[in-house]
Design a protein. Structure first.
Length: 477
C-alpha cells in the first residue's frame, strides 16, 4: 500500500496548484489522476488578476505570461460579412478596478497549457503524480488518523489527509455522501471544441448570432496556440454530437465557413451550464476543492479561478498542521473561509451568464477576503468609521512599494510576513519575514501579519497578541 501525508485526487488546475504549494512546503503529497494523462482541452481559459497573483507566488508567472495573451475584441458576423464589434471585456474597466495589482485584466491561457505549466513546476519541486489511478471508494479509520483510498488499478493509498479535486462528478464526494445544491443556469446544451481553422483572422473573437432554430456560434483564437475554441449552443433537449464531422457541420451551418475550413478537431465536449455548491467542504480528514466543491457556468471565468484559490487557502493550512505542528483545528477554517466565497462567486458567474452582471470589477476576485473569519483579528483602536479606506484584518494585503521594493516580492514564498509601518517590530520566529517602513497608504500605521496566502491575519497598533496569534500556527520564537 502506498502512503503519503496528503493524497490529492485529480490532476486538474486545482490538484496541481495544491501539489505545488505543498511541495514547496516540504509536505509529502501525491497527486493521483484517473486519466492516463493531463486533460487535453481548453475549457477554462481565463485567468483573473487575483489568480495571476497566486501563480506569481507559486513560481509559474513567467511561463504563464509566455503561454497566453489578452482577450481579443468580439466581431459580429451576419451573412458572411462583418457587421460590428462587440467589446466582451472592457480593458479600461478592468484597469480602473485593478487598484494596486500588477495585473489589470484577465489573461487567456488554455486550460491544458495551464495544467502543463503547473505539472512541470510540481515535478521541478520533487512532487509526485500518478496517472491511471481511479478511486473507487474510501475508508476513514475509526480513530480518525488515516484515510484509505481504494483504487481500481494498483495498490490502495493511505494518507493522513485527502483532497478531492476530481471535478464536478467527484467520485470522492459521492463516496463521502456529500450532496450538492444547485440549479440549471441554462437548459440549452453547449458544444465546446478546440479546432484548427483557415479563413478566420486571429485578431477577433468571432461571433455568429442565433438564426432560426440554431443557437449562437462563437469562435475564439486561443492565445499562445494555433487553435481556436469553438462554442455552439443548441436548443433544449438536443443530443449534442461531438464527433469531428458534427463539429465541422455545425460550423458550416452557422457561419460562412466550409466544413473543410476546419482542418483539425483536437478535442470536443458537451456541457449544460449549471451552478451547484457542495453541502460541506469537509468530512473528517477529507476535503473538497475546485469543481468537486462548486460547479460554475463558464461565463465570467470564475470556476477555475475560484478553484485555484481553494488550493491556495488549503495548502498553507495543511502545511502548518503537517510541517509546523499547528493544531488540526486550523483545518476547520478552510470550509469556514472558502464556502462563502464559492457561494458568492457562483452568484457572480450565474449573473454574468444571464447578463445581470458585467465582466469587470466583480469578476477580478481582487476584492475577496475573510473579514468574518475566526483567523482575522483587528486590535487597532482606530474607530471603524476611520478605517474604511485602510486595510483591515481579513483583507487581501495590497501591493505597494516600500523602499523601492514591491511588497509582493516580500510575500512571495510559503512564509508569513510582518509589516511594521510606523511602529517598532517585535521579536519574531525565524520563519516570519519582516518588512519595516513608515506608515503606508492604504495600510496606515501599525503592525500587519500577512498570511502565507497574502491576506492580513492580524492588524494591531502594538505587538500585543502577536506572539500568541502566531503560536496558533505552530510558529514560536
Amino acid at each position: 500500500m502506498s502512503t503519503a501525508d496528503v493524497v490529492i485526487v485529480g490532476a486538474g488546475p486545482t490538484g496541481l496548484a495544491l501539489g505545488v504549494d505543498l511541495a514547496r512546503r516540504g509536505v509529502d503529497a501525491l497527486v493521483v489522476e484517473k486519466a492516463d494523462g493531463l486533460f487535453p482541452g481548453s475549457r477554462g481559459k481565463g485567468l483573473q488578476p487575483r489568480t495571476m497573483e497566486v501563480l506569481e507566488d507559486l513560481g509559474v508567472l513567467d511561463p504563464i505570461r509566455a503561454a497566453g495573451g489578452t482577450y481579443p475584441v468580439g466581431m459580429i458576423w451576419k451573412d458572411g460579412e462583418k457587421v460590428g464589434e462587440h467589446v466582451m471585456l472592457d480593458p479600461e474597466e478592468f484597469k480602473n478596478a485593478a487598484g494596486d495589482s500588477a495585473f489589470s485584466e484577465p489573461w487567456m491561457v488554455p486550460q491544458w497549457r495551464t495544467q502543463e505549466i503547473l505539472f512541470d513546476r510540481l515535478v521541478e519541486l520533487g512532487g509526485r503524480v500518478e496517472f491511471g489511478r481511479e478511486i473507487t471508494g474510501l475508508d476513514q479509520d475509526e480513530d480518525g488518523g488515516y484515510v484509505t483510498l481504494h483504487c481500481a488499478s494498483g495498490p490502495d493509498l493511505r494518507a493522513r489527509y485527502v483532497v478531492a479535486a476530481d471535478g464536478g462528478r467527484s467520485a470522492v464526494r459521492r463516496a463521502l455522501g456529500i450532496g450538492m445544491t444547485g440549479e440549471t443556469v441554462d437548459p440549452n446544451p453547449v458544444l465546446v471544441a478546440d479546432v484548427r481553422i483557415t479563413g478566420l483572422d486571429r485578431d477577433n473573437w468571432h461571433v455568429f448570432p442565433p438564426s432560426g432554430d440554431d443557437g449562437y456560434l462563437a469562435i475564439c483564437p486561443l492565445a499562445g496556440t494555433e487553435d481556436f475554441q469553438l462554442v455552439a449552443q443548441f436548443p433544449e433537449g438536443t443530443a449534442v454530437d461531438t464527433s469531428p464531422e458534427a463539429v465541422r457541420k455545425v460550423a458550416a451551418a452557422r457561419s460562412h465557413l466550409a466544413p473543410e475550413d476546419i482542418t483539425e478537431v483536437r478535442w470536443a465536449s458537451e456541457f449544460r451550464p449549471r451552478a451547484a455548491l457542495a453541502d460541506r467542504f469537509r468530512s473528517g480528514r477529507v476535503f473538497l476543492a475546485g469543481d468537486a466543491a462548486h460547479v460554475h457556468s463558464p461565463a465570467g471565468g470564475q470556476g477555475l479561478n475560484t478553484s485555484v484559490q481553494d488550493a491556495y487557502n488549503l495548502g498553507w493550512k495543511l502545511g502548518a498542521v503537517l510541517a509546523d505542528g499547528a493544531a488540526p483545528s486550523l483545518l476547520d477554517t478552510y470550509e469556514e473561509e472558502r464556502r462563502p466565497i464559492a457561494a458568492q462567486m457562483l452568484g457572480i458567474s450565474t449573473g454574468v451568464h444571464r447578463g445581470e452582471v458585467r465582466r469587470g470589477a466583480a469578476t477580478m476576485q481582487l476584492g475577496l477576503g475573510y473579514r468574518e473569519s475566526s483567523l482575522s483579528e483587528d486590535t487597532r483602536a482606530t474607530a471603524d468609521t476611520d478605517m474604511d479606506a485602510v486595510v483591515r484584518a481579513g483583507d487581501r494585503a495590497p501591493d505597494t512599494r516600500v523602499e523601492g521594493k514591491r511588497l509582493f516580492e516580500a510575500f512571495q514564498g510559503p512564509h508569513w510576513t510582518l509589516l511594521a509601518f510606523g511602529v517598532d517590530a517585535p521579536g519574531l520566529p525565524e520563519s516570519v519575514r519582516c518588512v519595516r517602513g513608515a506608515a503606508q497608504v492604504p495600510y496606515g500605521k501599525g503592525l500587519f501579519l500577512v498570511r502565507p496566502d497574502g491576506y492580513v491575519g492580524l492588524a494591531g497598533d502594538s505587538a500585543d497578541g502577536i506572539e500568541e496569534y502566531l503560536a496558533r500556527f505552530g510558529l514560536r520564537r
